[in-house]
Design a protein around this ligand. Structure first.
Ligand code: MN
Length: 211
């Protein structure tokens, strides 16, 4: 069993479901226990199982999750593996991007970088929400750091991950329907806003931000 919060990118196959960093009901009322249960135990597990099945008996069996993601990006013959390996990472990152009683204004390195890059926390929070609202279809909204240390907000579609774009992810929000439909039905914006205001884990962002 992995430790909670331990980055899965260096994991070797067969990949295992990493522990949730909190109890399944810990994010209520923003995200219900049943949403977490389906999302974590069924969806996340399925991406991991499919990744393990595809790489079984191939050279990828000796590769870390990070190596698999980076070497299959943009390779059409590996698209299914890339999508599932990407989702294996993205979901670990999402669980850790949230915590009970999260949100608020970050005080650490990420908070300072947000002020430098967006002018104020309020401008940043508006842009994060507006960007999430613009995503069409299934995907993710991310706060990322580029090579110059500037922060940006981007969306990725389906299982795409900023790891393959030379960007360091700091925080993410899952915008696939399975992340919110039991609790919010069609009101995706309400879900995204609640996660932004009440669940974001800025200590996790600071770990990703690094020194
Ligand atoms: Mn998901």
């Amino acid at each position: 069993m992995n430790e909670p919060g331990k980055n899965v990118l260096k994991d070797l196959p067969p990949f295992k479901l990493p522990p949730l960093p909190y109890a399944q009901d810990a994010l209520q009322p923003v995200i219900s226990s049943s949403t977490i249960s389906f999302h974590y135990l069924k969806h996340h597990q399925k991406y991991i199982n499919t990744t393990n099945e595809i790489i079984s008996g191939t050279a990828f069996e000796k590769s870390t999750l990070e190596q698999i993601i980076k070497s299959t990006a943009q390779e059409s013959q590996y698209q299914k593996l890339y999508n599932n390996a990407g989702q294996t990472f993205n979901h670990w990152f999402y669980w850790n991007s949230m915590k009970p009683s999260g949100g608020g204004i970050p005080q650490g390195a990420t908070g300072a970088a947000i002020t430098r890059s967006f002018g104020s926390f309020d401008s940043f929070a508006k842009e994060l929400f507006n960007t999430s609202s613009k995503l069409f279809g299934s995907g993710w909204t991310w706060l990322v750091k580029d090579n110059s240390g500037s922060l940006k907000i981007i969306n990725t579609a389906n299982g795409d991950t900023p790891l393959t774009m030379g960007l360091t992810p700091l925080i993410t929000i899952d915008l696939w329907e399975h992340a919110y439909y039991l609790d919010y039905q069609n009101k995706r914006d309400e879900y995204a806003l609640s996660v932004i205001n009440k669940c974001l884990n800025w200590e996790f962002a600071d770990i990703n931000f690094g020194g």
